[in-house]
Each structure stands twice: as C-alpha cells, then as structure tokens.
Design a protein around this ligand. Structure first.
Ligand code: GBH
Length: 440
C-alpha cells in the first residue's frame, strides 16, 4: 500500500475521477442573494404563501458577500461554481436594462476567474420579473420573446467570461410544481397548462441555444434537467406500471426528447419544433431521489400528498428517499438517450444535523464513478448546495448546505460534510478510508 507521504500528501484514491473533472457547488439567485423584491416569488412570499409565512428577505446576502463565499469555494478545493442571474434585477421594468446589475455579475465572474473557478451560469432559475408574471408568465407566448431579448443582452455583456450556460433550470420541475401541483407561483393546477409551459420552454431553449452560439461559438449550452426515478408502487401491477410510465414520460422525457428529435409530442400538444433539435452541447442533470407511482399515488395526489414511500427506506429531512443506485440508473439512461457529455448540475440532501450528508455524497459519487468506468462521459459534479438557503415553498427549514448559515448573523460554518467534500475535490477522488468510514 502506498503511504500518504509517498504520494506527496495525496491520500490513496480508490475511486479516481477523470483528469480535469469539475468539482463544484450550485446555488440560485433568489435562494441566496437577498432582497430580490421584484419577482413573482417575492410577491408570493409577502402574500404569506410559504411555509410558516416565511419570506426570502436577506436570504444569505450572497449579493454582498460573494467574495467571502468564493473564499469558501476555494477552501473546498473546487474548480467550478454554478449560480444564476436574476432576470428581475437585469430588467426591473419591461425593456429597461439595468447596467449596474450586469456590472455586478461581471464582478462576480471576474472574481471567480481570478480564483480559477469555472463559472456555470444559469439564465432562469424559477423566478420571473413581476412584469412578466403580470402579463401571464410562461402561459403567454410573448414571454418567450422577452426571455430571448434578456438572454441576448446578458450573454453579449458577459460572453468573454462565461463558457458554460444553462438556459433554464429544470423546465420540467418548474412546469410541474408551478402549473400542475400548484405549489409554486402562479399556483396553476392544470395538466394542460403544465404541458403548455414545457412546450414554451422548449421553444425558448431552442432559440436561446442559437442566440448564445451566434454571440460566442465556443459556448457550451445546456439545461439543468431534474430527473426523478419513477418506479411503480407494485411492479407486478400493470396499472401501476402504466401510471409510472405516463408520469415518467411527461416529467423525465417530454422536454428532453424534444431537444433530441425536434418534435414535441405531449398530451394536448403535438408539433414540430425543428430549431429545438440538437440543442444540447452537454446535458446538465439534477438528481435527488426516487418516487413511487401507482393507483394509490393518484389518490394521494388529490389530497396534495405526493409521495408514498415504503417503510424502512432511509430518508432526508425533506422525507425524500436516499437512493444512490438511482443516480447510476439516471446517468446511464440519459447517456444512452442523449449521447452528450454529462455534468451533474445538482445533487444533494436536506440534512440539518449533517448526519447523512457525507454518506449521501460518497455513496452517490461512487455510483457516478461506476457509470464513468462503464464509459459514460461525465465531466463534473456540482453539489447542491454551497450553503443553507431559501428552499422555496419550504423556507429556511430545509437545509441543503455544505456550510451551515446562521441567518441572524450571516455567519457560515463548516459542516463535517464540507470537509469531506473538500478532501474529495482535492484528491480528485475518494479514498478507501473515506469509503470505509462512511459506507460500512
Ligand atoms: C431543485 O429542484 C432546485 O433546482 C433547487 O432550486 C432546489 O433548492 C433543490 O432542488 C432542492 O429542492 O414534488 O412535492 O417535492 C428539485 C426539484 C421541484 C423538488 C419542486 C421539489 C417541490 C414539490 N424540486 N419540488 S414536490
């Protein structure tokens, strides 16, 4: 066995990741910046619609504390950071662009570049400027054009500093949660509306892809796609399998298949969108968990209870099943489907006490490694999230951070899992010691 000293301080790595692999974390503007008072979420919060009537308020004050936060990223030995640009800051009023907000994001990017941290920039992460939502949000087709005008403005202003763009975060999860489940603004409860929004977002992505490449041909453009494993409650029941497959089709396939084939083939809408075809330079995947679907789930859904996990499975504070093998299944499946390099744009766990996060991290990374060994081209892993933040409709109680945040003092504190992640990134892999310590 090679000793620590003999390898120049690098612990012996059992699961080595490819050279140049991106190790990073991810955040989203509204969840961390603070004072995003000009978007639909702020309105939703101030109407008392978030759990315990919480508001995002100052959030993590990342807007003013980003240097301090980038120091932490450096200490994690990370070489990548994913964050989003807040449309409602760039275009507070329709057609009026705020150059000072663009300058601010420029400063952030320059700071990342100085530190050799590759930025992954998301252009839309759930929030919309108020003027957009007041004009009908993503059900109004004009929103596609407004979005494209905003994209053109941002990308031409920042093109020299950004290679990796994410046009839209989780169009599927956004449409699902905002227009079918009614849990996010504008609280729609209609399958038809949900399908319409997925359709519009596929069009928006297709056009944005071209705009971004016209501005800078070297750009790498993708979406961040939320994939949930959807298994039937009872694998022997034909009805359960059919229901699982139906939901899987809309949630996990519809949007992405449009980008592969140029054809949108959903319930209610079938149409060719030729310009959306082949518009992924890489695929961003957000993976968290598995859900079970079947006849029983449909009844639960009517009572707004979504998941029906079997007894005994390990869960997060959010009650989501911890299912590392699912990560392997997801990347294998999407690799076969898309045949484009994959970057994990989110993966993480709500775990306030940090008793499960290190194990979650290591077990998921080992599954990722397994897929890489089998030939899947995975280029990076961005953990959700750098620090505790405003977890949308659930407010501040769900804690996804590698760093704990005290929201009174804004102090950031290392969790044990942050130290583990730092060690993994530094070694570009997982040592046998780590595996033994957390997985046996
Ligand atoms: C990601 O969404 C988001 O990109 C990120 O902003 C968020 O903080 C992170 O995950 C952690 O949640 O189906 O009943 O659970 C993941 C997909 C979609 C899962 C909305 C939670 C809420 C309704 N999310 N969903 S439910």
């Amino acid at each position: 066995m090679i000793k620590w000293e003999e390898k120049g301080g690098i612990a012996m790595v059992k699961y080595a990741f490819p050279e140049g692999f991106f190790w990073g974390t991810a955040t989203a503007s509204h969840q961390v910046e603070g004072d995003n008072n000009n978007n639909d979420w702020w309105e939703f919060e101030t109407q008392g619609r978030v759990k315990d009537k919480q508001i995002s308020g100052k959030a993590c004050e990342h807007w003013n504390r980003y240097e301090e936060d980038f120091d932490l990223i450096e200490k994690l030995h990370n070489n990548a950071y994913r964050f989003s640009i807040e449309w409602s800051r760039i275009e507070r009023e329709k057609g009026k662009f705020d150059e000072s907000a663009i300058e601010h994001y420029r400063d952030m990017l320059l700071s990342l570049r100085r530190r050799n941290i590759e930025p992954f920039v998301t252009l839309h992460h759930f929030t919309n400027p108020l003027w957009i939502s007041r004009e009908g949000g993503w059900l109004n087709e004009d929103t596609i054009l407004y979005y494209l005008r905003y994209v053109e403005k941002v990308v031409s202003s920042l093109k020299d500093l950004v290679t990796y763009w994410t046009t839209i975060n989780e169009p599927n999860a956004y449409a699902f949660t905002s227009y079918l489940l009614g849990m996010f603004p504008p609280q729609g409860k209609s399958l038809k509306k949900m399908v319409k929004v997925i359709n519009s977002m596929a069009k928006a992505h297709g056009k944005a892809y071209k705009i971004i490449h016209d501005i800078n041909p070297n750009s790498q453009v993708s979406i961040a796609y939320n994939v949930m494993i959807m298994d039937p409650v009872n694998p022997n029941s034909v009805i359960d399998r059919k229901i699982a497959n139906f939901v899987d089709g809309i949630y996990n396939r519809l949007f992405i298949e449009t980008l592969i084939t140029g054809r949108f083939s959903g319930p209610f809408i079938k149409e060719d969108i030729p310009y959306a075809k082949d518009t992924l330079d890489y695929l961003g995947i957000n993976y968290y968990t598995r859900i079970y679907l079947g006849l029983k789930t449909l009844f639960l859904a009517l009572q707004n209870k979504l998941y029906d996990y079997p007894e005994g499975v390990e869960r997060s504070d959010f009650n989501w099943e911890i299912y590392p093998e699912g990560f392997y299944r997801v990347v294998k499946r999407f690799w076969e489907m898309v045949k484009k390099p994959i970057i994990i744009t989110e993966n993480g766990i709500s775990d306030a006490k940090d008793t499960k996060r290190s194990k979650y991290l290591i077990s998921h990374l080992i599954q990722l490694h397994r897929a890489i060994e089998e030939g899947v081209d995975i280029r990076g892993y961005l953990h959700w999230s750098l620090m505790d933040n405003f977890e949308w409709a659930d407010g501040f109680q769900q804690k996804f951070g590698l760093f704990e945040v005290n929201f009174q003092t804004q102090e950031r504190k290392w969790r044990e899992s942050a130290r583990i992640y730092s060690e993994i990134a530094k070694n570009n892999g997982i040592s046998e010691e780590l595996e033994k310590k957390y997985l046996s």
